[in-house]
Write a protein that binds this ligand. Structure first.
Ligand code: SF4
Length: 106
């Protein structure tokens, strides 16, 4: 599938602003605002640097699971967009600090 652009620099899976996670889980059921969505796949880089032997290849995302049932692109717990953008309005400490910037309210 398409590339997941991501500006969350603190994430283990972020390689030059492209996501390297195979499966993305976007959360935030009943969200009315972008800030109420999040990327549940986020792993704080500084806490998981001991996973360094795990291969993280940017652009390897196979599927986006999404529970944001209020989004125009949501269908059967998946995202129908070929690519999305993930970001954070503040320094991300936990996954709740991240947002799906492609969210569009239905
Ligand atoms: S664009 Fe909408 S459906 Fe796609 S991952 Fe973001 S919130 Fe979920």
């Amino acid at each position: 599938m398409g590339t997941i652009n991501c500006s969350v620099q603190a994430c283990f899976y972020n390689v030059n602003e492209i996501c390297g996670a195979h499966i993305l889980n976007i959360g935030g059921s009943d969200a009315l605002l972008t800030e109420s969505t999040c990327c549940e796949t986020f792993l704080k880089q500084s806490k998981y640097s001991n996973l360094a032997d795990q291969d993280v290849e940017p652009g390897n995302t196979d599927v986006i699971f999404c529970s944001v049932n209020t989004c125009a692109y949501h269908e059967k717990n998946h995202c129908t967009l070929p690519e999305i953008e993930v970001g954070s309005l503040r320094d991300a400490e936990t996954y709740t600090d991240t947002d799906c910037l492609s969210f569009e309210r239905e």
